[in-house]
Design a binder for this molecule. Sequence first.
Ligand SMILES: Nc1nc2c(ncn2[C@@H]2O[C@H](COP(=O)(O)OP(=O)(O)OP(=O)(O)O)[C@@H](O)[C@H]2O)c(=O)[nH]1
Ligand SMILES: [Mg+2]
Length: 318
Amino acid sequence: MALFGLFSKEKKETLDKGLEKTKDSFFSKLGRAVVGKSTVDEEVLDEVENVLISSDVGVETTVKIIRRIEERVARDKYMGTDELDRILREEIAALLSDNNTSDVPDDFDLPPHKKPYVIMVVGVNGVGKTTTIGKLAAQFHKRGKKVVLGAGDTFRAAAVDQLKLWGDRVGVPVISHGMNTDPSAVAFDAVKKATDMNADVVIIDTAGRLHTKVNLMNELTKIKRVMQKVTPDAPHEVLLVLDGSTGQNAFIQATEFTKATEVTALAITKLDGTAKGGVVIGISDQFKIPVKYIGVGEKIEDLQTFNKMEFVDSFFKK
Ligand SMILES: Nc1nc2c(ncn2[C@@H]2O[C@H](COP(=O)(O)OP(=O)(O)OP(=O)(O)O)[C@@H](O)[C@H]2O)c(=O)[nH]1
Ligand SMILES: [Mg+2]
């Protein structure tokens, strides 16, 4: 369809632009790594390894990529450094497609037969949860879906207002009980309201910071339990938001959260304005949980569904 063809062109341009800093940094390091060298040898591979690690791809994924290239060099005997970009691109693409988590829809589609589809958004403070919820609401709303938001971050003064602002902007209702109220009661009411309204999707915001990490995890468990009183299989999606600009910290948070609570999808935000976009490659290689969304800017349309091959394409497009 022409309409979606157009959208996907815009999507590519936004992605290309959002990854600019990452790409500039990566390719200038890579260029320095091979300067004066015509063959991909041990020494060049050591340099490439450093480039990948310093680009936040993560040690585990870097080792896998280097191993793949070594195998190729052993097979092909000679490999010129002018082929390095292409080889890296092919091996990273192959590596990511090996991790079979690709059940991410191309567009902001909602799965059928789950109505309202309940999304609970979790993550530490400041990573972009509320913003991501606003952007998601806008995308669903734009596609004619009925959306309800739940202001479940009752811990921080401005959190409820921030979500309400998004609700107004997008034109969707926000269920809120104000600050310092019980977040699970908010979640219950939001899911109830969505059910009564015959809404398509309800998105629940949660606090990123409580007095302790244990408190936070207990609270998330309680919110889930309480919303299950309305919809037994809720939440259908627990979306963990990670701040891509924190690089290795995003890995650590993903590890900690997935250990402590059930997470079904990941969103990696703030990829614009950082050189650490390589983190997406590492996270989508190392976690069995799919990266579903990426944030590449502050505007409403700067949240995208994540497509591994599109990402690799954009990453290697100069
Ligand atoms: N550049 C850029 N900024 C982003 C993106 N996503 C979120 N932000 C910004 O990150 C900041 C924090 O976002 P919030 O949505 O408030 O984060 P939060 O996780 O809800 O934070 P708490 O409610 O404090 O836990 C805001 O200034 C957002 O505009 C992104 O993809 N790109
Ligand atoms: Mg918030």
